[in-house]
Each structure stands twice: as structure tokens, then as C-alpha cells.
Design a protein around this ligand. Structure first.
Ligand code: PGA
Ligand code: ZN
Length: 431
């Protein structure tokens, strides 16, 4: 009998950072190690994600997860008892078998992921090793380059802007600690500038810890972030670049993209022309979900027109699903993928999607959700999988800093290097 054999699985309802319930799971191993994992939840969810199970009814305004908790206790948990937690693939296969045997819609991704995560973290705990180290046993860990939210809109800030995030990438930093110091400075400068201009809401924070500002236009968010970088004494374009998550599915309907803040309704071609203008004016590294989740033609056009200049990142497009990624690779729909394990429901299956994307030449980003918990395993996954980039929101709110702090801990305690996913530019080149 191995000391990493799963002996007990428990589950209960816990709270996420938006005050909504989520599934928590504890797994105990016979050698005495254990782990608790809590599942995150999105707001701008893709319609092709593996669905989380919500109870409906009146409890928690319908968002209760008692049925998902029961699915863990009655079905998913019993299926992994007696398995070796170190054999992640075997544990996940057993969970997937439950998913297939049960009636569709009765075992949510929140139930499967809670067990999958708790098992892999318990295995790392049994080794007394960070999960990142267990996933990457030999050689220096590759810490992810952070992409950090400064201004929030869309579903994360009550629609203050049409685009969902304007982020910064401290790609000129040499260490993760330096990267975090720079972005914290930028976040503080952005607050100061916004308050000076009379945006009282700059004292508040949006769902991911960014500023939810009612700016006059979408491009004003880019201007503010660019100014915040420059007033921080950092070089825009070499020290720090900009990323956008448009989350365009949220402002798309019936073939049209409605930018309410700009008073414009655009087709895909005109929306791409707008992005192209932004790319001319600002040092933008990537645009995530520039187009809606099923606008495959628009995505192919985007990659033809902009793919040589920036990364086009599929989040709602791919939803961490192998079949959608396969189509995207075949049709040249994007150049990068966002990986969120709860879109997939199993840790190893999400890792497989990430590796498939990397093998196809895509850049990869591991991401948290807008509804998060104090857990920091996403930082270990990004590091252990050598994803290259990590996106977990801003430098405010503890459910966000838990992840950055975890990478800082890995940098301070493990042999590591910081990923630089793009060739580093000199100041002369960017001028
Ligand atoms: P979500 O947002 O967690 O609300 O989906 C994050 C993102 O779109 O990247
Ligand atoms: Zn997104």
C-alpha cells in the first residue's frame, strides 16, 4: 500500500470572492498528508465551457452548489478512494468515467475539478514539495511573466467599459519580484491619475482588483494605463507593454459588436480596424477574445491581419477544450491560448490542452477566474507547466495577491528563472 493512497474525500460549500458559493474538497491520504482545494468561477463565461453545477431555487439566488457537493460525496469521491494520488492521470480518468456514467448535467465541472485538484495537491503535500516542483521535478522552475489588470470593464465592473481588461506586462523585469514591484507602481499611479481627474470611483476596486472607471471611451483606458506607466518612471514598450482582454462575446449579438461607450456598432472587419489603430498607437502585446466565441471567420481574419504584430489569445474561443483548440490550430484562428482549469474540469486534461497548444506553436497563459478564492494552486500550475504567462487580476484583493505571493514564494525558495515569452526589445528598437 502506497502512502499516497486516497483514503477519504470530503466536500462542502465555501464562498468565493464575489460572495457566491463554490465547492471545497478535502482529500486525505493514508500516509497522513491532505489537501483542500476550492474551485473558482467566471462571470464572462464562454458558452462552450464545461458547465458548473448550480442548484437554482432561492438559496444564494440560485447559485448554491449543494448538488455539486453531493456529487463529490456520493459519486466522484468514492470513485477515487483507493487510488494513488500521485497517479494524476489515473485519478482523472476515474473522475472522467463518473462524468460519463452519470446523467448529463448531474456532475458539474465544479465537482470534478475540486476532486482532481485536491488529489494532485495532496500528492505534492505528501512529497513535502510545492505542486509546481512536483509538476516540474528537474531543473530550474520557469516562473510565469505576470499580466496584471489595471483597468476593468465589462462583466467585472458593471459595464463601466465595453472591453473587459486593460492589463500591463512588465516584460523588461529581470525577476518576478521586480515585475510585481513595477506593476504595483503602475496600479498606484493609475489610481492617482484617475482620482486627480475626478473619478471618485478610483478609490473602489472591481471584481479582479482593477479600477472600474466610467471613462468616456474604451481607448481612454489605454491612454490612462500608458500614462500610468510613464509617470511611474518605466519605459512604455520595453519595461512594460500593454495587453487587452476585450471579452468581445459580451458585446456581440447577431453579427454586430456594440461598443456602447464609444457609441459605435461595428462588424468584425471594422472592429479589427479599430484594434489595428490601437496597435499602431500603443505597445500592445496581445488581445484576448478580440472577437466573439463563435466568430471563427472573424478570428481567422484577425490572425491574418494582426497575428504578425500581436498575440491573439483565445479564451472564450477555446475554453480549454481540445476539440475547439484543434479547430483553431487548423484554421489559424489565434496565436495563443488562455488556459483555465475550471473551463475543462480536470487538471491533467487542462494540462494536455496547454501542451497541445504549445506544440502547435501557440503561446500559453494560465488564468484565474473573476470569482476566485484564497487558493494559490493556479500559480503552481502556471509555473509547473512552464506556461510562460499568468493572469490572475490586479495587485489588489487578497484572492489576487495570494497567487502573486505564491510565485514570489517559489522565486524565494526554489531555483528558478522568469519567463520572457517574447524576444526582449531594447529601448532603441521600441523608440
Ligand atoms: P471570467 O473572466 O473569469 O469572468 O471569465 C476572466 C477572463 O475573461 O479572462
Ligand atoms: Zn478572457
Amino acid at each position: 500500500m502506497s502512502s499516497t493512497e486516497i483514503t477519504r474525500v470530503r466536500a462542502w460549500e465555501a464562498l468565493d470572492s464575489r460572495g457566491r458559493p463554490t465547492v471545497a474538497c478535502r482529500i486525505d491520504l493514508d500516509g497522513g498528508a491532505h489537501a483542500v482545494a476550492r474551485v473558482p468561477s467566471g462571470a464572462s463565461t464562454g458558452s462552450h465551457e464545461v458547465a458548473e453545477l448550480r442548484d437554482g431555487g432561492t438559496r444564494y439566488e440560485g447559485a448554491g452548489v449543494r448538488n455539486a457537493v453531493a456529487a463529490v460525496i456520493d459519486h466522484v469521491g468514492p470513485a477515487v478512494i483507493g487510488l494513488d494520488a500521485e497517479s494524476t492521470a489515473q485519478v482523472d480518468r476515474a473522475i472522467a468515467a463518473v462524468e460519463q456514467e452519470r446523467e448529463p448535467g448531474t456532475v458539474g465541472a465544479n465537482a470534478t475539478l475540486a476532486v482532481s485538484l485536491a488529489a494532485v495537491i495532496a500528492a505534492a503535500n505528501a512529497q513535502d514539495a510545492p505542486l509546481a516542483r512536483m509538476l516540474h521535478p528537474v531543473g530550474p522552475l520557469q516562473l510565469p511573466m505576470p499580466m496584471v489588470n489595471i483597468v476593468s470593464g465589462g462583466a467585472h465592473a458593471a459595464g463601466a467599459l465595453d472591453i473587459q481588461d486593460v492589463l500591463v506586462i512588465p516584460e523588461g523585469a529581470s525577476t518576478f519580484a521586480e515585475a510585481i514591484e513595477w506593476v504595483a507602481m503602475v496600479r498606484a499611479a493609475a489610481t492617482r491619475i484617475a482620482l486627480d481627474r475626478g473619478f471618485a470611483e478610483a478609490a473602489l476596486v472591481a471584481d479582479e482588483g482593477g479600477l472600474g472607471l466610467r471613462l468616456g471611451s474604451n481607448v481612454a483606458a489605454l491612454e490612462l494605463v500608458a500614462e500610468a506607466v510613464e509617470t511611474s518612471g518605466l519605459d512604455l514598450g520595453t519595461d512594460v507593454t500593454i495587453a487587452i482582454d476585450a471579452a468581445a462575446t459580451e458585446f456581440y449579438a447577431d453579427g454586430a459588436y456594440t461598443l456602447a461607450r464609444d457609441g459605435r456598432i461595428l462588424d468584425a472587419e471594422r472592429l479589427l480596424a479599430m484594434y489595428s489603430d490601437w496597435v499602431d498607437r500603443f505597445p500592445i502585446r496581445s488581445i484576448e477574445d478580440p472577437l466573439a466565441e463563435d466568430d471563427w471567420d472573424g478570428w481567422a481574419l484577425a490572425t491574418r491581419e494582426l497575428g504578425g504584430r500581436i498575440d491573439l489569445v483565445g479564451d472564450d474561443l477555446f475554453v480549454t477544450q481540445a476539440d475547439r483548440l484543434k479547430r483553431g490550430v487548423a484554421e489559424h484562428s489565434a496565436t495563443a491560448i488562455l488556459v483555465k482549469v475550471n473551463q475543462n474540469g480536470l487538471v491533467s486534461r487542462a494540462g494536455d490542452v496547454l501542451r497541445t497548444a504549445r506544440d502547435a506553436g501557440f503561446r500559453t497563459i494560465v488564468s484565474a477566474r473573476s470569482g476566485e478564492t484564497e487558493d494559490s494552486w493556479v500559480a503552481d500550475l502556471a509555473t509547473g507547466w512552464a506556461a510562460g504567462q499568468l493572469k490572475v487580476g490586479s495587485t489588489h484583493r487578497s484572492e489576487r495577491t495570494a497567487k502573486w505571493n505564491r510565485v514570489l514564494e517559489l522565486e524565494a525558495t526554489e531555483e528558478s528563472t522568469l519567463a520572457h515569452p517574447w524576444p526582449r526589445r531594447s529601448k532603441e528598437e521600441s523608440a
